[in-house]
Write a protein that binds this ligand. Sequence first.
Ligand SMILES: Cc1ncc(COP(=O)(O)O)c(C=O)c1O
Length: 268
Amino acid sequence: MTKASYIEPVDGATYSLDIPRWCSDDRKPLLITAQKGISRDDIVTNDRSLWRYRAGLPVEIKAPISMGEGCTPLVQRPWGDHRPFFKLEWFNPTGSFKDRGTTVMLSYLRQVGIDAVLEDSSGNGGSSIAGYGAAGGIRVKILAPAYTSPAKIAQVHAYGAEIQLVEGPREESEAEAIRQSKTTFYASHNWQPFFLEGTKTQAYELWEDFGFKAPDNIIISVGAGSSLLGCYWIQGVAFSSADRSPAEVLRRSAIQLLTHRRQLSGRG
Ligand SMILES: Cc1ncc(COP(=O)(O)O)c(C=O)c1O
């Protein structure tokens, strides 16, 4: 397998992972080139955090910024006529699944020399980056819509991050972050590809929880789609051994989502 790099999937341009970036030269979303995935023997079983799947990352992270994220409870409960399993992601350190993406993204960024970041968020993403920034000694500034819930603003403040409220719709906070990215690295949970390297551990975890088999179906909440894309990237690895796999649904949804992200990135 060749060395991993950033890739702009439409024009095929690649960029070294040694130099941190959040978009291509012409400001399109990036991915990371395909990786081989992991087998059950690669799991670091004495690490009770998502870093047990570190062998699946595209680069070796020597010093993770970790607060014990991942390995969240999986409980079966009745829901109408069904008995689905619920993955209790609010048990993550700052209270959401975003910690999966953040721990990997900020650990990588710190390793390649980034000591201050920007993020735009109206909720859990901002809190997560503020929390992990504090844990890892990275300065954090959050651009948040003026309508953001006071509880989320308080959480960001509690972690010691700077917060700037931006008038207008949610997109204006992203536009402001992109303007400020000329001076501070834009560690966007929607743009920086290492975030998905962390969210894909949700799928590794389900695979392990279910005895190294894929569940029949997965219901995932989707905004910009980081959980869905994370699960999609590894479906060929973790889910390939399943008799019936959610792979095709994931594939179609992921392609729609990537197309949509690309269209949005062209709006200016
Ligand atoms: C609890 C929770 N679920 C789902 C989402 C949607 O995540 P994404 O935008 O990555 O699809 C968010 C994002 O803010 C969230 O906080």
